[in-house]
Design a protein around this ligand. Structure first.
Ligand code: DGL
Length: 275
């Protein structure tokens, strides 16, 4: 089937990815593994993170500011790589954008349902995500008989953003939050915040080997591939080292440090003032 000129132009455009901070880079890592030809433009609203304790209205407003910035960079699709922003209003972003917009909650739910054998599933996330009940509602829509235990873990994002994951204090915090979930005999735990895969080994150590951790990033990358395919906008010609651009609203140093460790390459982030 012949492509339209719009599809050809779009194919060479970047995928936009946004989060409140470094967490969305866990999604970038999976997209880059699965789709090595695609360009990515990332925005982390580090000056205003964490989003978790904020009102939904405020999170939507901040998210729209990032979206506006990325739309001026001519992206072909957008990944809201932030559960808190997804929970605060995915349908609003989808209505406002002409490009496909993907959130992170449904892919996480699909991954958990594929993995869980006992139907006893834990969900952890920010206060905003957990209070929205979006995970619980989405899980129940698929299976009304699940035993679901949800828990907000507000300190986790701060441990990650401040590079404190490998400290004895971090382990105590994780135990305090997660021991009650382990006692509920869950077999799978949804990491309902894109920052949490950055502390995956600590979480696994605390919950033990019998609990599978569900990181939705792989499922998200697979869905990005499907969306690019069905819209005929996958990049057919890119090189294996496509250009990635990173923007942050706060100071770039700690973002660059955490990002380089995660993506295993030097990254340069540019500071942009939003509003
Ligand atoms: N990484 C984000 C999420 O998935 C945001 C965390 C925050 O800023 O509180 O929810």
């Amino acid at each position: 089937m012949a492509l339209t000129s719009e599809q050809i132009i779009n194919a060479h455009r970047a995928i936009g990815v946004i989060d409140s901070g470094v967490g969305g880079l866990t999604v970038v890592r999976e997209i880059s593994r699965r789709l090595p030809r695609e360009r990515i433009i990332y925005f982390g609203d580090t000056a205003r993170m964490p989003y978790g304790p904020r009102t939904y209205e405020e999170v939507r407003r901040f998210t729209f500011e990032m979206i506006d910035f990325l739309r001026h960079q001519e992206i072909k699709m957008l990944v809201i790589a932030c559960n808190s922003a997804t929970a605060a209003g995915l349908p609003f972003y989808q209505d406002a954008c002409e490009q496909p917009v993907l959130g992170v909650i449904d892919p996480g739910v699909r991954a958990a349902l594929a993995k869980s054998r006992s139907g006893r599933i834990g969900v952890i996330g920010t206060v905003g995500t957990i209070n929205s009940s979006e995970y619980e509602k989405a899980l129940r829509r698929k299976n009304g008989k699940l035993h679901i235990v949800c828990k907000a873990c507000p300190l986790f994002v701060l441990l990650v953003e401040n590079n404190l994951v490998n400290t004895p204090e971090a382990k105590k915090v994780v135990q305090e939050y997660l021991d009650p979930l382990v006692r509920e005999d869950i077999d799978s735990l949804i990491l309902g915040c894109t920052h949490y895969p950055l502390m995956e080994s600590l979480i696994q150590e605390v919950v033990g080997p019998s609990v599978s951790l569900i990181n939705s990033a792989e499922e998200i990358a697979a869905e990005v591939e499907a969306i690019l395919g069905s819209n005929s906008i996958a990049n057919p010609l890119g090189s294996d080292k496509p250009c990635y651009r990173f923007f942050v609203s706060g100071s770039p140093e700690s973002f660059e440090e955490v990002g380089a460790k995660l993506l295993k390459r030097e990254i340069k982030a540019y500071q942009v003032k939003l509003t």
